[in-house]
Ligand binder design. Structure first.
Ligand SMILES: Nc1ncnc2c1ncn2[C@@H]1O[C@H](COP(=O)(O)OP(=O)(O)OP(=O)(O)O)[C@@H](O)[C@H]1O
Length: 331
């Protein structure tokens, strides 16, 4: 059974259109002009236990609204959600025990407490038995190296330390699902690496399901077995990163450096797209011919000194999904 089930989910917001000028402001006050914004527009998907799923899309696509509904913070306008078989809205307390939530842009730690005091407080809130708490803390110390700043007040932590503290706090009650909203935002390369390693470790060792919202495609590449791409509140792609990129950008380039000038042969499954001196570029589709077949064909006809295969740029491919699906949804 899927650990997260989402069916025909819709969230509408009522927004008041403000008029300009004094008379407009007065009119808005007396007779406000309201309109409806669909933040989420008919989403359906399932997530299996132990998956790490990247939930991505451009600004305003509906990611945070979805996460807020999955965690019970917002109520859907329509549709059904089950997390661990429970409704986050109707059985909020029971669901919250199963969830860890981290928002990269906003700490959930207590600003005035030392980090260790925050953990003690959470231990009481979740009524965690002392030995279990000590074991979890040992694991968290090992993976996140939080011992160095456990006695520092939260307000004095660096962004990277604070994020490690937030991740640890989200894990204290050993949740089955972890929701991460931009967990690497603003972090330096080392801190990003630490966060990503932590997510992988928790996933592998505890079979923890992770739903990750991010604009950082390195997070996606490093962590996610599956991507859900949303745009204008709708699901527009669902599958492994490689499949999505392969579908949108199926072409690869074979870059050949020649030993000397030669007549460049045509190929029925690859196109010669560029030539500069002794360097030539052939474009081919991975589903038509493999790189090794093409290399074998061409090396029989060309004096090759060196060669390389250029994969499509992931960032370009994802930008293309956002652009094309955005136009479709708007049109
Ligand atoms: N409280 C609200 N009132 C009115 N409109 C809202 C509210 N919250 C979200 N929206 C609208 O719903 C849509 C989806 O917003 P959401 O914050 O879920 O997008 P997002 O994908 O998380 O974007 P970002 O990547 O910028 O964080 C947007 O059009 C947004 O303006």
């Amino acid at each position: 059974m899927a650990i997260i089930e989402v069916k025909d989910l819709v969230k509408e917001f009522v927004v008041v259109r403000k008029k300009t000028g004094l008379s407009g402001a007065l009119r808005s006050l007396i007779k406000p002009e309201k309109s409806i914004v669909r933040g989420v527009d008919g989403l359906s998907f399932d997530i299996e236990q132990g998956d790490i799923v990247g939930y991505i899309g451009p600004n305003g696509a509906g990611k945070s609204t979805t996460i807020k509904m999955l965690t019970g913070i917002l109520h859907p306008t329509e549709g059904d959600i089950r997390v661990c078989g429970l409704s986050p809205q109707k059985e909020r307390k029971a669901v919250v025990r199963q969830l860890g939530v981290v928002f990269g842009q906003r700490t959930q730690l207590y600003w005035d407490l030392r980090l260790g005091e925050t953990f003690e407080l959470l231990k009481r809130i979740y009524r965690i038995e002392a030995r279990r708490f000590a074991n979890t803390m040992d694991v968290l110390h090992e993976v996140l190296r939080i011992r160095d700043f456990i006695d520092t007040p939260v307000r004095q932590l660096s962004l990277g330390q604070r994020m490690r503290g937030d991740l640890a706090a989200a894990m204290i009650h050993e949740p089955s699902v972890l929701f991460l909203d931009e967990p690497t935002i603003g972090l330096d390369a080392e801190a990003k690496h630490a966060v990503r390693q932590f997510i992988l470790t928790m996933n592998r060792e505890r079979r923890m399901t992770v739903v990750l919202t991010t604009h950082d495609l390195d997070d996606v590449e490093f962590l996610c077995s599956r991507l859900l791409v949303v745009n204008h509140g709708k699901l527009v792609e669902d599958g492994p990163l490689d499949d999505i990129v392969g579908k949108l950008a199926p072409h690869r380039l074979l870059v050949i450096e020649l030993d000397r000038e030669a007549t460049l042969p045509d190929h029925d499954r690859a196109n010669l797209v560029r030539q500069e001196g002794l360097k030539v570029w052939y474009r081919f589709d991975k589903s038509d011919i493999t790189a090794s077949e093409l290399i074998a064909d061409l090396s029989a006809k060309l004096p090759i000194r060196d060669l390389s295969v250029q994969e499509p740029d992931i960032e370009d491919a994802i930008r293309q999904v956002y652009r094309t699906t955005g136009q479709e949804a708007a049109g």
